[in-house]
Structure formats: C-alpha cells, structure tokens
Write a protein that binds this ligand. Structure first.
Ligand code: 0X9
Ligand code: ZN
Length: 333
C-alpha cells in the first residue's frame, strides 16, 4: 500500500489498498471496518478516524459513490480522508473533536462497471429476477409496448436490467415518488426496501451508531448544490431553519475557496422529488439532524465526465464545507 495520486480516478482495488495502507500505517488513528459485501462480493469498507482525544465525541458519516458514474464523489471522500489522517497536524481540531466514518465507495460494483463496461452506469449490479409484463403496468416511468413479448422488458435494452438505484432503496417512504418499478430503468427502487446488500450494510451500521451521529453527508454529482430534506415531500422538516443556516455557512466556506457557486435547498424545489433516498432515511429514521446531499462539480460542462484535473480543487472546496459543518457539530454538542 502507498499514498494515492490525485492525477486520475482510481479503480476499487487501488482504493481498498489505500484504505488498508492508512489502517496499517496509522493504527492509532484509523481503523478500516468491513461492514458487508456487495452483490458481486466486493468488501464494503468504512474508514473510522478517531484520535481518542475526546470522550464520547459526536460523529459524522460521509459516503461517496452511491452512484457508479459519479467518480468525483469517491475521489472527494478520499481527499477528505487524507486530510484528516495524513494531514492530521493541520486539521487537529476537527479530528480530535469528531469521530469520522468515511465510506468512499458505497457502490463498488457499479463503480467498477462504470470503469470496465459502461461509463455512465448508475445502479448497483445485482441480478433482478425477470418479471411478468403486468408487474410494470402501474409504472409511470415505463412506456411499455402492448404488442410485444415480455421477455426483454418490452423494448428496454436488456443490458440495463441489472441493478438497483441505491438512492431509491432505503426504507423511508420507499417508492412513493421519483422512483421506478422497472428494473431496466436507472431509478429502479428494488423489489422491496433494503433489498440490496449495500444499503442494508450501510443502514445497519449507521443505525448501530445513530446516537453518536450528528451529521450525515452523502456525496453525489453533479450540479453544485447542497440539498437538504425532505426529498419525498414539498413540506419542510421542523428544523429546516437550522439546516438552512448551517448549509449556507458550509457553502460560503466552499465558495470562498475558488468562487464555485452552489445552490442550497430541498430536492423537490431545486431538482425533483425522490423517495427511498439515504438523506431522508438518515434524518427520518436514524434521527440524524444534519443530513445533506452534496451534488459536487460541475454544472454540466463535463457532467459525470469531470476531468481528473478537478479532483484537487473539488476536494479542497468540499473539505472546507465539511469542516464548517464539523465545527458547528462540535460546538453544539
Ligand atoms: O437523484 C438522486 O439520487 C440525486 N441526484 S443524482 O444526480 N446524483 O442522482 C439527488 C438526491 C437528493 N436527495 C433526495 N431527493 N432525497
Ligand atoms: Zn448520485
């Protein structure tokens, strides 16, 4: 194992090796926890950073790579991880005051598939049992063809019919809005909530630590937005003002770095409504107050194909936002 270069996006094998390297070179600071296995049997790894300097510290969870093609999300999670560990001395305050749980690649199968086969792959890679035609009649996303045999999901490309959208599979208002019944669609919610080993492993782990968790951050791309709950309804949570206040402070720190503009608001107001997403679950079920989705760079110039030259600036500005959230959580504890 050895440090990572920021000059390109890495394969999952190299990311795992980096995590294991951190765990073995800084055993007092970093522990690598395998919380489960993906559908294709890849280990699901979380880095736990804890200096042990503070008793019962608040915790922050950060995940990236829930969607395979959003490569800037794992690289940003790794950048943050590096700052908190290899650059401990410059970031002592937030490392000593917080227990960090960082999962850089929440969907390793989808991430690898987007490297090997289909650059724009979003979902996981589980095998969906083929279904009868009638099962999708109620699906508003599915434009089926009455006259055709059901074999390949009525005109959908069979290549797309594997996997579940891991940001539609969580057990909170599951499949109410902005999620598909159809396994061939990119927003397929799964046959039932937590049908996927990835979402099950993450939610079990977060639930087990929910007392300690004060912020849940999930990194996605793209659009340069900080999204706050709810995603499933246009109503605002009771503590909406607190979430807006801290969210604004976080994006002010982010923008101060390179001038990158960010919008803040809820998903239905800025993007579209969705249900069964991790941010809503973290707040609604796990009771984590500060739950945010960060849609990282850019606004569509490169979109998912963001060049590797933007890994470092995206990492630096996002880390500035994350530190602002961390300091708030430390002081309000
Ligand atoms: O649709 C998504 O899952 C997210 N956008 S992405 O382009 N990265 O796929 C947005 C999710 C925001 N959160 C909720 N709507 N709950
Ligand atoms: Zn995403």
């Amino acid at each position: 194992g050895h440090p990572l270069t920021w000059s390109r996006f890495h394969r999952y094998k190299d990311i795992q090796e980096y995590l294991d390297y951190l765990g073995s070179s800084m055993p007092d600071l970093v522990k690598i926890i395998t919380i489960g296995k993906s559908s294709e049997n890849r280990p699901l790894k979380v880095a736990h950073i804890s200096s042990g300097k503070k008793k019962d510290p608040p915790a922050i969870w950060i995940d990236g790579g829930v969607h395979g093609r959003e490569w800037i999300a794992p690289s940003t999670a790794l950048f943050i991880l590096k700052q908190l560990t290899e650059n401990y001395n410059t970031n002592k305050g937030v490392v000593d005051g917080i227990d960090w749980y960082i999962m850089p690649v929440a969907n390793p199968d989808g991430y690898e598939y987007s490297h090997s086969t289909d650059r724009l792959w979003r979902k996981s890679r589980s095998k969906n049992p083929s279904k009868r035609y009638d099962d999708y009649r109620s699906d508003d996303y599915n434009y089926y063809d009455e006259g055709r045999q059901a074999r390949f999901f009525w005109g959908d490309d069979p290549e797309n019919c594997q996997g579940v959208d891991l940001n539609r599979n969580w057990d909170f208002h599951w499949k109410e809005v902005g999620a598909s019944n159809n396994p061939c669609k990119p927003t397929f919610a799964g046959d039932r909530p937590f049908s996927e080993p990835e979402t099950r492993a993450m939610s079990d782990f977060i639930m087990d630590h929910s007392e300690q968790m004060k912020a849940y951050l999930t990194l996605h791309s793209y659009s340069q937005m900080l999204l706050l709950p709810w995603g499933y309804t246009k109503q605002n949570p009771k503590d909406y003002d607190d979430l807006m206040y801290l969210g604004r402070k976080a994006i002010e720190s982010l923008t101060r770095m390179y001038g990158t503009p960010y919008k803040i608001g809820t998903s239905p107001s800025l993007l579209y409504p969705t249900s069964g997403s991790s941010d809503d679950w973290a707040k609604g079920r796990a009771g984590i107050k500060y739950s945010y989705t960060l849609e990282l760079r850019d606004k569509g110039t490169f979109g998912f194909l963001l060049p590797a030259t933007q890994i470092v600036p995206t990492g630096r500005e996002t880390f500035a936002a994350v530190k602002t959230i961390a300091k708030h959580v430390m002081n309000s504890d």
